[in-house]
Design a protein around this ligand. Structure first.
Ligand SMILES: [Zn+2]
Length: 188
């Protein structure tokens, strides 16, 4: 597939963004590499909170049998602390883990609501962005990015060239327009 640059009309320095990032012969400087890279996949419920909930559940199960055994097993006052620890230790650890898990979870939810305007938030939206990203070409001579005609859809009109510095915002805008069927992306 020969793709010509909208700026210099040549095809000798055009390459997909994906291939350009992997090309060992033409490495980008770190800021450009960062600009052209895909953002990381959005994550669902915080993995840390899930781990804590699972641990809390396990300790809770361990604590159940000791709670129902006879607490007054003839122990003197000297080992009362040991008795209490034996009977309630696992339950206490479960309660602490559950508490930490709830804090982590609510912190994660608060962060999500704070970044409500951020996009992509869901995996589907991220895939939408990834689709645009994969279709994007670069001209290494002009340091511009562009979408060739029919790159996203058969009826997709070629985009104009945009400077590499605007690449992240530009791909986000296109992916979001594509995400919303009501918003026209092309005017042909
Ligand atoms: Zn060019």
């Amino acid at each position: 597939m020969t793709v010509t640059c909208p700026t210099c009309a040549a095809a000798d320095e055009t390459i997909t963004v994906r291939k350009a990032l992997l090309d060992p012969d033409h490495p980008f400087d770190p800021p450009t590499q960062e600009l052209l890279s895909m953002p990381p996949e959005p994550r669902g419920t915080a993995g840390a909170a899930i781990t804590l909930f699972v641990l809390a559940g396990l300790f809770g199960l361990m604590g159940l049998p000791t709670l129902f055994t006879d607490a007054d097993g003839g122990g003197g006052s000297s080992d009362a602390a040991y008795q209490a620890g034996y009977h309630y230790g696992a339950s206490l650890i479960a309660a602490i883990l559950l508490g930490i898990g709830l804090i982590v979870h609510s912190h994660h939810r608060r962060r999500r609501s704070e970044t409500a305007n951020q996009w992509p938030q869901t995996y589907d939206q991220w895939q939408q962005l990834h689709r645009v990203w994969r279709a994007t070409w670069l001209c290494r001579r002009c340091r511009v990015a562009f979408l060739p005609a029919a790159s996203l859809r058969p009826d997709f009109a070629a985009s104009s060239a945009i400077p590499v510095t605007q690449f992240p915002q530009w791909t986000l805008t296109i992916a979001r327009q594509d995400d919303d069927p009501g918003a026209p992306i092309t005017s042909d």
